[in-house]
Design a binder for this molecule. Structure first.
Ligand SMILES: CC(C)(COP(=O)(O)OP(=O)(O)OC[C@H]1O[C@@H](n2cnc3c(N)ncnc32)[C@H](O)[C@@H]1OP(=O)(O)O)[C@@H](O)C(=O)NCCC(=O)NCCS
Length: 278
């Protein structure tokens, strides 16, 4: 979808400031990665001195201030929250040997990515942000193999403001109710499905959040847990226990023995893909 229209919707959906339980007011700033094609169309709006705190970054006309905010402040929040996990998974998810920070920083400059950030202005630091991108995806729901979604690339809240209900408000009240639902009505087609995102299978806190607070579901094509039979380590005591369980001290049949040689185990994928259809 047209990124300029999406930015207007974001501007209407997300309040200019939000308050934390500690009584801190966080101020909104929006950053958009524009590509050169949009450059001429947007040049009149661009300039990073906008009153609405909406800043465009163009790849062919780099803006060092915005580049620096994305590469340092916003990146730092990801690093603090999930850096260790990204480091561990980088090779598998990015399919190369580069450090996760290089891969992540490159991904962060994907064309048309929109960053909705909230700043602690006294500290001059990013307290939280979401990044979204409109894109086509496959295997989202069982009955349609392709559709458009709003992809939530990242959502990060600094530790001191987590578990205050801010994440729920950002996704449910602003992103879904005020942006995605109106977008669905505006589109007037069935091709637009809703909100989609990826979550690491090891990130249990975020999974609890998405399943319990937002009521998201797995996409049709999401990797899932697999139940596998793992062979037990055979020890002398295991062999003796098998003997004890046999009536009349008969030796266990080969079939019984085989059954007991395995235990069920769950093999988790690297990540799951979740959707909230509207
Ligand atoms: C996940 C995240 C966005 C949720 O936002 P939030 O404002 O903290 O969440 P809310 O207060 O609205 O909801 C809290 C619920 O989320 C889950 N949750 C979030 N953080 C948790 C934590 N550290 N420990 C346990 N549960 C947690 C729980 O289900 C919790 O419910 P509860 O408080 O009733 O037990 C935020 O915690 C965060 O930024 N986490 C680190 C980064 C991250 O994992 N991002 C998601 C990447 S896919």
């Amino acid at each position: 979808m047209d990124v300029r229209r999406l930015v207007q919707l974001v501007d209407n959906a997300f309040p200019k400031s939000i308050s934390t339980k500690q009584g801190i007011t966080l101020e909104r700033k929006i950053y958009i990665i524009g590509d050169s094609e949009n450059n001429s169309l947007l040049s009149d709006q661009n300039n990073n001195s906008n009153d609405d705190e909406i800043y465009w970054y163009f790849k062919d006309r780099k803006n060092p201030t915005v580049e620096n905010i994305i590469k340092t402040q916003i990146f730092q929040l990801i690093d603090e929250n999930l850096g260790k996990l990204y480091k561990k998974k980088s090779k598998k998810i990015y399919e190369n040997d580069l450090d996760w920070s290089i891969n992540k920083r490159e991904e962060m400059f994907t064309s048309n990515m929109i960053y909705i950030t909230y700043w602690d202005c006294k500290q001059n630091s990013v307290a939280l942000f979401l990044s979204i991108l409109s894109c086509e995806e496959t295997y989202i729901l069982e009955n349609n193999d392709q559709g458009e979604v709003l992809y939530l690339y990242e959502i990060h809240i600094t530790k001191e403001y987590q578990r205050q209900g801010i994440g729920e408000r950002l996704i449910k009240d602003y992103l879904i109710e005020k942006l995605i639902k109106p977008l669905k009505i505006e589109r007037q087609d069935n091709n637009f499905i809703g909100l989609e995102l990826t979550v690491f299978s090891e990130n249990n806190d975020a999974q609890n959040f998405y399943f319990n607070k937002i009521q998201m579901q797995y996409t049709f094509g999401s990797p899932r847990d697999e139940i596998i039979n793992v062979m037990k380590r055979i020890t002398r005591s295991f062999d003796e226990k098998l003997g004890e369980h046999c009536e009349d001290n008969k030796l266990p049949s080969l079939n019984d023995k085989k059954k007991q040689l395995y235990r069920k185990s769950i093999r988790k994928p690297e990540y799951y893909i979740l959707v909230f259809p509207v």
